[in-house]
Design a protein. Structure first.
Length: 238
């Protein structure tokens, strides 16, 4: 009986530790700073990116968030949404290669946004919304390296990027996937067959109208002839 009980106890301990490990891993995954939505079409215009920042410390609050935007594939027309209790500072950088657009040549782009002055407490999160004018179309993804500063001075660096064939890093940077742009729907062009069918239909309509008018004329003439005959007969009798 004792060996059996010891085995069961050990099995229970192993199961409990495994479950705790799984929950801890899940908690760590949910504690990551992420960007939403997770994907956008390449070259998308007039959209919004939301950076979700959860607090993962039990005894400290998040007091500052710094998001770094890539300048090798810049995001154009960046605007920051005011967040209650937070002050946003936007930093721009000269581009190595200016970008030509329909509105002119762009030589500067936003490279960093810093939010400070607010508080994200334990068990809470904050969404920081950023509007953009246009996303790049020359890359498959954008990594937004982020620094999260706590009230106790601890700084978590969400700056690691996943490599192909490797597991997700411990502190991954929020990453936006850029998918193939949706193809424009082809415009409708009338084919020769459809044009012939339209011509045939028009001809049929003209023929039908002609026959209808002819029938009406014949009917009117018939009534006139009948009336004339009736009047003539009455006159002869008189």
């Amino acid at each position: 009986m004792f060996p059996t009980r010891i085995t069961l106890r050990r099995a229970g301990v192993v199961t409990g530790l495994t479950a705790a490990g799984v929950l801890a891993a899940a908690g760590a995954a949910f504690a990551h700073v992420t960007v939403h939505p997770e994907s956008y079409p390449k070259g998308a215009t007039d959209g919004v990116l939301s950076f979700r920042v959860p607090n993962e410390e039990d005894s400290a609050t998040t007091t500052k968030v710094q998001v770094f935007l890539p300048t090798d594939h810049p995001v154009l027309g960046v605007l920051v949404t005011p967040e209650a209790g937070w002050t946003a500072k936007v930093t721009t950088t000269k581009l190595k290669t200016p970008i030509k657009t329909d509105d002119g040549t762009i030589t500067d782009a936003v490279s960093e946004i810093t939010w400070s002055g607010g508080r994200i407490r334990q068990g809470e999160y904050e969404d920081f919304d950023v509007a953009f004018g246009q996303l790049p179309d020359s890359t498959d993804q954008l990594a937004f390296k982020t620094l999260q500063t706590y009230s106790d001075g601890n700084v978590v660096r969400w700056i690691e990027t996943a490599q192909a064939g490797q597991d997700e890093p411990e502190n991954p940077a929020p990453t936006l996937k850029l998918t193939a742009a949706a193809a424009a729907a082809p415009s409708a062009v009338a084919s020769p067959k459809s044009e012939a069918a339209q011509d045939s239909g028009s001809a049929s309509d003209s023929t039908a109208r002609g026959l209808g008018i002819a029938g009406l004329i014949v009917g009117v003439l018939g009534l006139a002839t009948a009336a004339f005959t009736l009047v003539r007969t009455r006159t002869a009798r008189s």
